[in-house]
Design a protein around this ligand. Structure first.
Ligand code: PLP
Length: 449
Protein backbone atom coordinates (compact mmCIF):
# COMPACT_ATOMS: atom_id res chain seq x y z
CA UNK A 1 0.00 0.00 0.00
CA UNK A 2 1.45 3.41 -0.92
CA UNK A 3 2.66 5.41 2.05
CA UNK A 4 0.58 8.45 1.19
CA UNK A 5 -2.62 6.53 1.83
CA UNK A 6 -1.62 6.74 5.52
CA UNK A 7 -0.57 10.38 5.79
CA UNK A 8 -0.55 10.56 9.59
CA UNK A 9 1.48 7.38 9.92
CA UNK A 10 3.86 8.52 7.19
CA UNK A 11 4.55 11.65 9.20
CA UNK A 12 5.54 9.81 12.34
CA UNK A 13 6.78 6.37 11.24
CA UNK A 14 9.28 6.13 8.44
CA UNK A 15 8.97 2.88 6.51
CA UNK A 16 12.64 2.72 5.72
CA UNK A 17 15.64 4.33 7.38
CA UNK A 18 18.22 3.62 4.73
CA UNK A 19 17.75 6.52 2.28
CA UNK A 20 18.59 9.40 4.63
CA UNK A 21 22.37 10.05 4.67
CA UNK A 22 22.56 11.57 8.12
CA UNK A 23 24.65 14.68 8.92
CA UNK A 24 27.29 14.56 11.69
CA UNK A 25 25.88 11.21 12.88
CA UNK A 26 26.84 7.64 13.59
CA UNK A 27 24.20 6.74 11.04
CA UNK A 28 24.49 2.95 11.19
CA UNK A 29 24.21 2.95 14.97
CA UNK A 30 21.23 5.28 14.76
CA UNK A 31 19.46 3.09 12.23
CA UNK A 32 20.06 0.02 14.39
CA UNK A 33 18.50 1.75 17.42
CA UNK A 34 16.86 5.04 16.35
CA UNK A 35 16.53 8.01 18.63
CA UNK A 36 13.47 9.36 16.84
CA UNK A 37 11.25 12.25 17.87
CA UNK A 38 8.08 13.25 16.13
CA UNK A 39 6.51 16.00 18.25
CA UNK A 40 7.60 18.72 20.63
CA UNK A 41 6.04 21.12 23.11
CA UNK A 42 7.74 23.49 25.55
CA UNK A 43 10.56 21.58 27.32
CA UNK A 44 9.82 18.18 25.82
CA UNK A 45 10.09 16.09 22.71
CA UNK A 46 7.88 13.07 22.17
CA UNK A 47 8.84 9.86 20.44
CA UNK A 48 6.56 8.28 17.81
CA UNK A 49 5.54 5.80 20.56
CA UNK A 50 4.46 8.69 22.80
CA UNK A 51 7.41 8.67 25.24
CA UNK A 52 8.29 12.13 26.60
CA UNK A 53 11.92 13.22 26.27
CA UNK A 54 13.18 16.17 28.30
CA UNK A 55 15.08 18.50 25.96
CA UNK A 56 18.37 19.41 27.65
CA UNK A 57 19.90 20.71 24.41
CA UNK A 58 17.28 23.13 22.99
CA UNK A 59 17.28 20.82 19.98
CA UNK A 60 20.75 21.72 18.74
CA UNK A 61 21.42 24.91 20.74
CA UNK A 62 18.46 26.47 18.90
CA UNK A 63 15.11 26.41 20.63
CA UNK A 64 15.83 29.01 23.30
CA UNK A 65 12.14 29.91 23.63
CA UNK A 66 11.05 26.27 24.09
CA UNK A 67 9.17 24.21 21.54
CA UNK A 68 6.06 24.99 19.51
CA UNK A 69 5.36 28.39 21.03
CA UNK A 70 1.88 29.31 19.84
CA UNK A 71 2.85 32.87 18.90
CA UNK A 72 5.70 31.70 16.70
CA UNK A 73 3.72 28.87 15.14
CA UNK A 74 0.89 31.24 14.24
CA UNK A 75 3.26 33.82 12.78
CA UNK A 76 4.79 31.19 10.50
CA UNK A 77 1.38 29.86 9.50
CA UNK A 78 -0.01 33.34 8.75
CA UNK A 79 3.09 34.32 6.81
CA UNK A 80 2.90 31.22 4.60
CA UNK A 81 -0.61 32.26 3.64
CA UNK A 82 0.14 35.95 3.16
CA UNK A 83 3.47 35.89 1.32
CA UNK A 84 5.17 32.56 0.71
CA UNK A 85 8.31 33.88 -0.95
CA UNK A 86 9.74 37.13 -2.19
CA UNK A 87 13.18 37.69 -3.66
CA UNK A 88 15.52 39.96 -1.74
CA UNK A 89 17.82 40.47 -4.71
CA UNK A 90 16.65 43.85 -6.06
CA UNK A 91 13.18 43.37 -4.48
CA UNK A 92 12.13 42.78 -0.90
CA UNK A 93 9.27 42.53 1.57
CA UNK A 94 8.55 44.64 4.66
CA UNK A 95 9.25 42.10 7.41
CA UNK A 96 12.91 41.67 6.55
CA UNK A 97 13.46 45.41 7.11
CA UNK A 98 11.52 45.30 10.37
CA UNK A 99 13.64 42.38 11.54
CA UNK A 100 16.92 44.07 10.61
CA UNK A 101 15.90 47.20 12.54
CA UNK A 102 14.91 45.21 15.60
CA UNK A 103 18.16 43.26 15.61
CA UNK A 104 20.17 46.47 15.27
CA UNK A 105 18.23 47.96 18.20
CA UNK A 106 19.27 44.94 20.30
CA UNK A 107 22.94 45.17 19.28
CA UNK A 108 25.88 47.21 20.58
CA UNK A 109 26.25 50.81 19.45
CA UNK A 110 28.02 50.87 16.08
CA UNK A 111 26.53 47.57 14.88
CA UNK A 112 24.03 49.12 12.52
CA UNK A 113 23.14 46.61 9.82
CA UNK A 114 21.92 43.03 9.42
CA UNK A 115 22.58 40.67 6.52
CA UNK A 116 20.51 37.48 6.30
CA UNK A 117 21.15 33.93 5.14
CA UNK A 118 19.91 30.47 6.15
CA UNK A 119 22.39 28.93 8.56
CA UNK A 120 25.37 29.56 10.76
CA UNK A 121 27.69 28.11 8.13
CA UNK A 122 26.47 30.54 5.49
CA UNK A 123 26.68 33.36 8.00
CA UNK A 124 30.32 32.53 8.72
CA UNK A 125 31.16 32.44 5.02
CA UNK A 126 29.36 35.75 4.61
CA UNK A 127 31.37 37.41 7.39
CA UNK A 128 34.67 36.10 6.04
CA UNK A 129 33.86 37.24 2.50
CA UNK A 130 32.72 40.65 3.76
CA UNK A 131 36.05 41.04 5.59
CA UNK A 132 38.04 40.48 2.42
CA UNK A 133 35.81 42.68 0.28
CA UNK A 134 35.81 45.45 2.92
CA UNK A 135 39.60 45.69 3.02
CA UNK A 136 39.77 45.60 -0.76
CA UNK A 137 37.18 48.37 -1.04
CA UNK A 138 39.23 50.57 1.28
CA UNK A 139 42.38 50.01 -0.73
CA UNK A 140 44.06 47.32 1.38
CA UNK A 141 43.54 44.33 -0.89
CA UNK A 142 46.62 42.68 0.61
CA UNK A 143 44.64 41.92 3.76
CA UNK A 144 43.47 38.43 2.87
CA UNK A 145 44.57 36.25 5.77
CA UNK A 146 41.93 34.92 8.16
CA UNK A 147 42.70 33.90 11.72
CA UNK A 148 40.59 31.34 13.55
CA UNK A 149 41.29 29.35 16.68
CA UNK A 150 42.13 25.77 17.57
CA UNK A 151 39.03 23.85 18.65
CA UNK A 152 36.82 26.52 17.07
CA UNK A 153 33.61 25.52 15.30
CA UNK A 154 32.29 27.78 12.58
CA UNK A 155 30.01 25.46 10.68
CA UNK A 156 30.64 23.09 7.82
CA UNK A 157 31.31 25.34 4.81
CA UNK A 158 34.80 25.58 3.37
CA UNK A 159 35.32 28.97 5.01
CA UNK A 160 34.08 27.73 8.36
CA UNK A 161 36.15 24.55 8.43
CA UNK A 162 39.22 26.48 7.29
CA UNK A 163 39.09 28.94 10.20
CA UNK A 164 37.65 26.25 12.49
CA UNK A 165 39.90 24.08 14.56
CA UNK A 166 38.15 20.75 15.04
CA UNK A 167 40.44 18.20 13.47
CA UNK A 168 37.83 15.70 12.26
CA UNK A 169 35.88 18.46 10.55
CA UNK A 170 38.98 19.44 8.56
CA UNK A 171 41.17 16.47 7.85
CA UNK A 172 38.96 14.76 5.26
CA UNK A 173 38.53 17.80 3.04
CA UNK A 174 41.83 18.62 1.44
CA UNK A 175 43.89 21.77 1.78
CA UNK A 176 40.93 24.04 2.62
CA UNK A 177 41.18 27.75 1.87
CA UNK A 178 44.70 29.16 1.85
CA UNK A 179 46.15 31.87 4.08
CA UNK A 180 44.55 30.83 7.35
CA UNK A 181 46.24 30.73 10.74
CA UNK A 182 44.96 29.76 14.18
CA UNK A 183 45.16 31.11 17.70
CA UNK A 184 45.68 28.54 20.44
CA UNK A 185 42.54 27.30 22.20
CA UNK A 186 41.92 28.56 25.71
CA UNK A 187 41.42 25.36 27.69
CA UNK A 188 43.69 23.99 30.38
CA UNK A 189 42.28 21.43 32.78
CA UNK A 190 45.22 21.99 35.05
CA UNK A 191 44.54 25.71 35.42
CA UNK A 192 40.77 25.86 34.95
CA UNK A 193 39.30 22.55 36.16
CA UNK A 194 35.75 22.71 37.58
CA UNK A 195 35.28 26.44 36.99
CA UNK A 196 31.78 27.89 36.93
CA UNK A 197 31.76 30.89 34.59
CA UNK A 198 34.80 32.51 33.01
CA UNK A 199 38.11 31.02 34.19
CA UNK A 200 40.72 33.26 35.80
CA UNK A 201 43.53 31.67 33.78
CA UNK A 202 44.05 32.15 30.06
CA UNK A 203 43.69 35.83 29.07
CA UNK A 204 47.37 35.83 28.07
CA UNK A 205 46.56 33.40 25.24
CA UNK A 206 45.05 36.31 23.31
CA UNK A 207 48.57 37.75 23.09
CA UNK A 208 49.40 34.93 20.67
CA UNK A 209 47.69 37.13 18.13
CA UNK A 210 50.63 39.52 18.41
CA UNK A 211 52.96 36.64 17.51
CA UNK A 212 50.82 35.77 14.48
CA UNK A 213 50.78 39.42 13.41
CA UNK A 214 54.55 39.58 13.74
CA UNK A 215 54.88 36.45 11.61
CA UNK A 216 52.58 37.50 8.76
CA UNK A 217 52.50 41.30 9.16
CA UNK A 218 49.23 43.09 9.89
CA UNK A 219 49.01 44.29 6.28
CA UNK A 220 48.16 40.71 5.23
CA UNK A 221 45.50 39.97 7.86
CA UNK A 222 41.83 40.67 7.22
CA UNK A 223 40.01 39.29 10.24
CA UNK A 224 40.04 37.21 13.39
CA UNK A 225 37.00 35.02 14.06
CA UNK A 226 36.24 33.39 17.42
CA UNK A 227 33.27 32.02 19.29
CA UNK A 228 33.03 34.05 22.51
CA UNK A 229 32.03 30.75 24.15
CA UNK A 230 33.42 27.80 22.21
CA UNK A 231 30.39 25.52 22.16
CA UNK A 232 30.64 22.58 19.81
CA UNK A 233 34.15 21.62 20.87
CA UNK A 234 32.82 20.90 24.34
CA UNK A 235 31.95 24.20 26.05
CA UNK A 236 34.98 26.41 26.68
CA UNK A 237 34.01 29.71 28.31
CA UNK A 238 36.36 32.62 27.56
CA UNK A 239 38.99 33.34 30.21
CA UNK A 240 38.42 36.60 32.06
CA UNK A 241 39.81 39.49 30.01
CA UNK A 242 40.59 37.33 26.94
CA UNK A 243 38.05 38.86 24.55
CA UNK A 244 38.98 42.37 25.68
CA UNK A 245 42.61 41.67 24.77
CA UNK A 246 41.66 40.26 21.38
CA UNK A 247 39.64 43.41 20.73
CA UNK A 248 42.55 45.66 21.71
CA UNK A 249 45.07 43.81 19.54
CA UNK A 250 42.80 43.61 16.48
CA UNK A 251 41.94 47.30 16.77
CA UNK A 252 45.61 48.23 17.10
CA UNK A 253 46.45 46.44 13.85
CA UNK A 254 43.37 47.36 11.79
CA UNK A 255 42.18 43.74 11.81
CA UNK A 256 38.44 43.05 11.91
CA UNK A 257 37.10 41.07 14.85
CA UNK A 258 34.22 38.68 14.16
CA UNK A 259 32.30 37.08 17.01
CA UNK A 260 30.57 33.88 15.96
CA UNK A 261 27.54 34.02 18.24
CA UNK A 262 25.57 31.22 16.61
CA UNK A 263 25.37 29.55 20.01
CA UNK A 264 26.08 32.41 22.41
CA UNK A 265 23.46 34.81 21.00
CA UNK A 266 19.78 35.24 21.83
CA UNK A 267 19.91 34.80 25.58
CA UNK A 268 22.10 31.73 25.90
CA UNK A 269 24.62 33.80 27.89
CA UNK A 270 21.95 35.86 29.67
CA UNK A 271 22.09 38.68 27.13
CA UNK A 272 21.19 39.29 23.52
CA UNK A 273 24.86 38.74 22.63
CA UNK A 274 27.92 37.55 24.49
CA UNK A 275 29.36 40.84 23.19
CA UNK A 276 26.99 42.57 25.59
CA UNK A 277 27.84 40.25 28.48
CA UNK A 278 31.54 41.06 28.10
CA UNK A 279 31.19 44.68 27.02
CA UNK A 280 33.31 43.96 23.94
CA UNK A 281 32.05 45.19 20.58
CA UNK A 282 33.34 43.27 17.56
CA UNK A 283 33.05 44.48 13.97
CA UNK A 284 30.67 41.71 12.98
CA UNK A 285 28.44 39.27 14.86
CA UNK A 286 27.52 35.99 13.19
CA UNK A 287 24.19 34.53 14.29
CA UNK A 288 21.67 31.75 13.49
CA UNK A 289 19.80 29.16 15.62
CA UNK A 290 18.14 31.25 18.37
CA UNK A 291 17.08 34.01 15.98
CA UNK A 292 14.00 31.93 15.11
CA UNK A 293 14.28 29.68 18.17
CA UNK A 294 15.11 26.98 15.63
CA UNK A 295 11.68 27.03 13.96
CA UNK A 296 12.67 28.15 10.45
CA UNK A 297 16.24 28.09 9.17
CA UNK A 298 17.83 31.53 9.37
CA UNK A 299 21.29 32.93 9.93
CA UNK A 300 22.87 36.28 9.46
CA UNK A 301 25.63 38.75 10.17
CA UNK A 302 25.34 41.96 12.18
CA UNK A 303 27.71 44.46 10.60
CA UNK A 304 29.24 47.73 11.79
CA UNK A 305 28.31 50.93 10.02
CA UNK A 306 31.96 51.38 9.14
CA UNK A 307 32.04 48.12 7.18
CA UNK A 308 28.63 48.56 5.58
CA UNK A 309 29.32 52.13 4.48
CA UNK A 310 32.53 51.10 2.75
CA UNK A 311 30.42 49.19 0.22
CA UNK A 312 28.14 52.16 -0.46
CA UNK A 313 30.17 53.71 -3.22
CA UNK A 314 30.07 53.65 -6.99
CA UNK A 315 27.09 54.36 -9.25
CA UNK A 316 23.76 53.82 -7.50
CA UNK A 317 22.45 51.29 -10.02
CA UNK A 318 25.38 48.94 -9.39
CA UNK A 319 25.20 46.04 -6.91
CA UNK A 320 27.14 46.92 -3.75
CA UNK A 321 27.84 43.46 -2.35
CA UNK A 322 28.17 40.56 -4.78
CA UNK A 323 26.96 38.03 -2.26
CA UNK A 324 23.63 36.63 -1.12
CA UNK A 325 21.35 33.62 -1.11
CA UNK A 326 17.98 32.96 -2.75
CA UNK A 327 16.50 32.61 0.71
CA UNK A 328 18.28 35.58 2.36
CA UNK A 329 15.57 37.05 4.58
CA UNK A 330 12.91 34.50 3.56
CA UNK A 331 9.45 35.72 4.60
CA UNK A 332 8.76 32.66 6.77
CA UNK A 333 12.07 33.03 8.57
CA UNK A 334 11.57 36.77 9.03
CA UNK A 335 8.09 36.25 10.44
CA UNK A 336 9.35 33.50 12.74
CA UNK A 337 12.22 35.69 13.92
CA UNK A 338 9.96 38.67 14.65
CA UNK A 339 7.61 36.48 16.68
CA UNK A 340 10.59 34.90 18.46
CA UNK A 341 11.94 38.32 19.44
CA UNK A 342 8.46 39.14 20.80
CA UNK A 343 8.50 35.98 22.92
CA UNK A 344 12.01 36.73 24.21
CA UNK A 345 10.87 40.22 25.21
CA UNK A 346 7.45 39.31 26.63
CA UNK A 347 8.82 36.40 28.68
CA UNK A 348 11.95 38.42 29.57
CA UNK A 349 13.91 35.29 28.71
CA UNK A 350 17.37 36.88 28.66
CA UNK A 351 16.87 38.12 32.24
CA UNK A 352 15.46 34.72 33.11
CA UNK A 353 18.65 33.11 31.82
CA UNK A 354 20.71 35.50 33.97
CA UNK A 355 18.65 34.58 37.03
CA UNK A 356 18.97 30.86 36.33
CA UNK A 357 22.72 30.93 35.69
CA UNK A 358 23.77 30.53 39.34
CA UNK A 359 21.38 27.66 40.20
CA UNK A 360 22.24 26.03 36.86
CA UNK A 361 25.98 26.21 37.58
CA UNK A 362 25.48 24.97 41.15
CA UNK A 363 23.47 21.97 39.97
CA UNK A 364 26.03 21.20 37.26
CA UNK A 365 28.93 21.36 39.70
CA UNK A 366 26.96 18.97 41.92
CA UNK A 367 28.12 16.21 39.53
CA UNK A 368 31.76 16.78 40.50
CA UNK A 369 31.73 13.85 42.90
CA UNK A 370 30.18 11.43 40.39
CA UNK A 371 32.74 8.81 39.48
CA UNK A 372 34.17 9.27 35.98
CA UNK A 373 33.55 13.03 35.73
CA UNK A 374 36.86 14.62 34.75
CA UNK A 375 35.84 18.28 34.49
CA UNK A 376 32.74 20.49 34.46
CA UNK A 377 32.45 23.92 32.87
CA UNK A 378 29.46 26.26 32.86
CA UNK A 379 28.71 29.69 31.45
CA UNK A 380 25.29 31.21 30.85
CA UNK A 381 22.84 28.36 30.38
CA UNK A 382 25.44 25.97 29.03
CA UNK A 383 27.33 23.17 30.71
CA UNK A 384 30.12 20.88 29.52
CA UNK A 385 30.82 17.70 31.44
CA UNK A 386 33.96 15.74 30.50
CA UNK A 387 33.83 12.00 31.09
CA UNK A 388 36.80 9.71 31.53
CA UNK A 389 37.11 8.00 28.14
CA UNK A 390 36.99 4.26 27.64
CA UNK A 391 40.67 3.42 27.05
CA UNK A 392 41.33 2.92 23.34
CA UNK A 393 37.82 4.02 22.26
CA UNK A 394 37.59 7.79 22.32
CA UNK A 395 34.02 9.06 22.22
CA UNK A 396 32.43 5.70 23.05
CA UNK A 397 31.67 6.55 26.69
CA UNK A 398 29.80 9.71 25.76
CA UNK A 399 28.05 7.99 22.86
CA UNK A 400 26.76 5.36 25.28
CA UNK A 401 25.66 8.17 27.59
CA UNK A 402 23.62 9.80 24.82
CA UNK A 403 21.96 6.49 24.00
CA UNK A 404 21.27 5.62 27.63
CA UNK A 405 19.91 9.14 28.22
CA UNK A 406 17.44 8.93 25.36
CA UNK A 407 16.28 5.35 25.61
CA UNK A 408 16.37 4.74 29.35
CA UNK A 409 16.24 8.11 31.12
CA UNK A 410 13.99 10.09 28.75
CA UNK A 411 16.36 13.02 28.21
CA UNK A 412 18.07 14.42 25.12
CA UNK A 413 21.70 15.34 25.70
CA UNK A 414 24.38 16.29 23.19
CA UNK A 415 27.83 14.77 23.17
CA UNK A 416 31.06 15.71 21.48
CA UNK A 417 34.11 13.54 21.97
CA UNK A 418 33.72 12.37 25.57
CA UNK A 419 32.02 15.58 26.68
CA UNK A 420 28.33 15.97 27.46
CA UNK A 421 27.10 19.43 26.40
CA UNK A 422 23.88 20.74 27.90
CA UNK A 423 21.97 23.83 26.74
CA UNK A 424 18.25 23.57 27.52
CA UNK A 425 15.59 26.07 26.47
CA UNK A 426 15.73 29.26 28.55
CA UNK A 427 12.12 28.62 29.57
CA UNK A 428 13.18 25.88 31.98
CA UNK A 429 12.30 25.96 35.68
CA UNK A 430 14.32 25.01 38.75
CA UNK A 431 12.46 21.68 38.68
CA UNK A 432 13.77 21.08 35.15
CA UNK A 433 17.32 21.89 36.27
CA UNK A 434 17.00 19.37 39.09
CA UNK A 435 15.55 16.77 36.73
CA UNK A 436 18.26 17.33 34.10
CA UNK A 437 21.17 16.84 36.49
CA UNK A 438 19.53 13.95 38.35
CA UNK A 439 19.07 12.17 35.03
CA UNK A 440 22.53 13.03 33.76
CA UNK A 441 24.03 11.80 37.02
CA UNK A 442 22.20 8.47 36.61
CA UNK A 443 23.35 8.25 32.99
CA UNK A 444 26.99 8.82 33.94
CA UNK A 445 26.83 6.24 36.72
CA UNK A 446 25.35 3.72 34.27
CA UNK A 447 27.99 4.26 31.59
CA UNK A 448 30.85 4.18 34.10
CA UNK A 449 29.68 0.87 35.52
C1 PLP B 1 29.58 28.76 16.61
C2 PLP B 1 28.90 28.12 15.44
N1 PLP B 1 29.07 28.65 14.23
C3 PLP B 1 28.48 28.13 13.15
C4 PLP B 1 27.66 27.04 13.26
C5 PLP B 1 27.05 26.46 12.04
O1 PLP B 1 25.68 26.66 12.02
P1 PLP B 1 24.79 25.80 11.00
O2 PLP B 1 24.82 24.39 11.49
O3 PLP B 1 23.45 26.47 11.13
O4 PLP B 1 25.37 25.97 9.65
C6 PLP B 1 27.44 26.47 14.51
C7 PLP B 1 26.57 25.29 14.67
O5 PLP B 1 26.49 24.69 15.71
C8 PLP B 1 28.09 27.03 15.64
O6 PLP B 1 27.96 26.48 16.84
Amino acid sequence: MPLDSHPSEARTKPNDLSAFFMPFSAGRAFKARPRMVSRAKDMHYETPEGRKILDATAGLWCCNAGHARTQIVEAIRDQAEELDFAPTFQFAHPKVFELASRLVALSPVGIDHAFFCNSGSEAVDTALKMSLAYHRARGEASRTRLIGRERGYHGAGFGGISVGGIVNNRKFFGPLIPGVDHLPHTYSREHQGFTAGEPEWGAHLADELERIVTLHDASTIAAVIVEPLAGSTGVLPPPKGYLERLRAITAKHGILLIFDEVISGFGRMGHMWAAERYGVTPDMIVFAKGVTSGTVPMGGVMVSGQIHDQFMSGPEHVIELFHGYTYSGHPLAAAAALATLDVYREDDLFARARALEAPWAKAAMGLKSVSGVADIRTCGIVAGIDLDPIPGSPGLRAFKAMDEAFHEQGIMIRVTGDTIALSPPLTMSQAHIDEIFAKVSTVISKVMA
